[in-house]
Design a protein around this ligand. Sequence first.
Ligand code: FHN
Length: 569
Amino acid sequence: MASKSVLLLSFTALALTSALAAAKESDPAPEMNPGTAPPEAVAKWQDMRFGMFIHWGPVSLTGHEIGWSRGNQTPIEEYDNLYKRFNPVKFDAEAWARTAKAAGMKYMVLTTKHHDGFCLWDSAATDYDIMATPFHRDVVKELSEACRKEGIAFGTYYSACDWHHPAFPLGSPGGKSKKPHPDMKAYAKYLQQQVTELATKYGPLVTMWFDVPQAYTQEYGIPMVKKLRTLQPDIIVNNRAYSNRGRKHGRSVGDFDTPEQRVGSYQDGRPWETCMTICRQWAWKPNDKMKSKEQCLQTLVTCAGGNGNLLFNVGPMPDGRIEPRQVARLKEMGEWLGKYGESIYGTRGGPVKPGKGFATTRKGNVVYLHVFPSAPGEISLPALPRKVTGAEILGGGGSVKIQTGPESWTVNLPAERRKPIDTIVKITLDGSAMDLEAVAPPTDFRGAKASNVFQKQTKKLGPAMVIDGNPATRWATDTGTKSCWIEVQLTKPTAIRGIEIDETPEYSGRVQAFTLKVKTAKGAWKTVAEGTKLGKFRAKFAPVKAEAIRLDVSKASEGPTISEIRINK
Ligand code: FHN
């Protein structure tokens, strides 16, 4: 019989072998590891913080949404022939690049091919491209050169789904139809050929921004990304290159996350970039509702405060111009960045995560405290393990007193010292701010619940969005919701004398009758306000000790949606 030690040895060897085998299974085979961008390339892109997204193509002739309107508002046959009359004679790549530069944008991402399959460059792989239009000029070539001339990094958006291409299995409307003769191998070859064209014909690309891969799965997508990285070693690839997105191999796909139409949540270990429209539609739409200067800038600041980038979208017109009012809005952003850009460019988010009416960014031994008008007169921050050696309002607003205690720091910023959109307090520390652990902001609230959440998307659109201090997030309810309620709980019974409710600006006016109640420390619900219009609602009342607040909407024209609820003590 074998001795104990021999048995033990063989058992250990067996355990080791099976562990190695298990490890082998969980690690992707080399050819199935999409790789990552070099850290220094990612850091350089993070430093840029602000980019221009452009959604453009023959669809701009219709004023409807790119890709999605094909087979919806616009019959497929009509949509697919728009290119024959696409002649944007006022297209001026240098003007677009100058507009981005004037906005303070450091990079640009153009939809070279959206889900409709039309290509804005001279592609050898298809005739369905810009060279087949009366315009007959390579837009990608002209724009990449103009960007380079203006010092703007150029990147390409490429839709992995293609509802026009016969070999891609899904078609319009919205990928809901099936092509008669799909051939994923042939489509994958086509896609790789086009991505190779983009990666070899137009100089260095800051990013390849893939989108909506639908049936384009990883067995095709990973080798394609690997090839792309050999062609452009510094390229940053997003997390939408192929389906099975996310944690197929124990880590997310791509080099950054892509929260869409909302500001991402604070994240240290993994870069992210919010993509958002300056209006409501991605492609050109006449008289579309445009975001205010305040919304645009506070979105940028809150992205930076969350340690993310903002890719802000314009949809140029069919004549080739970016709409003048959008150019003007972007110029306003650039003028603001011209004064306060040091608090955005080259910074990282934190060390205090975005809170009620404020955000922080950091660079070296400086913390920039961004204070929005909605913030209270005294801003309380968790104490940081550093000493404050100086504090002043950026842009020449004089020094600021910060009371630093063991638990919290208090920054006193009365109304008369505030700027209209963002008052930035530049706080200099006695050591680096960059290695500080990010901390959660103080909050009056411990939770929120609601009668309904849009398509049960609680993470993105749940009731907690109204108490996160982030004006760019919102609680949303299902389409057709005519009555609903939301309730927020305070961290402790608190004497309050007012409540502020911001109905999401783009959807303001939906609430047509509501009652606002406070749960007193005795447990009774007390009505403190009622009305027929929310918008930016401000209730003032005699101080009451509150444990919770409840908004009951008894009448609405469409699903109510609220961005923020705040209390005044
Ligand atoms: O369907 C597209 C949409 O048209 C737009 O291009 C956005 C931009 O991020 N991406 C997809 C929706 O997630």
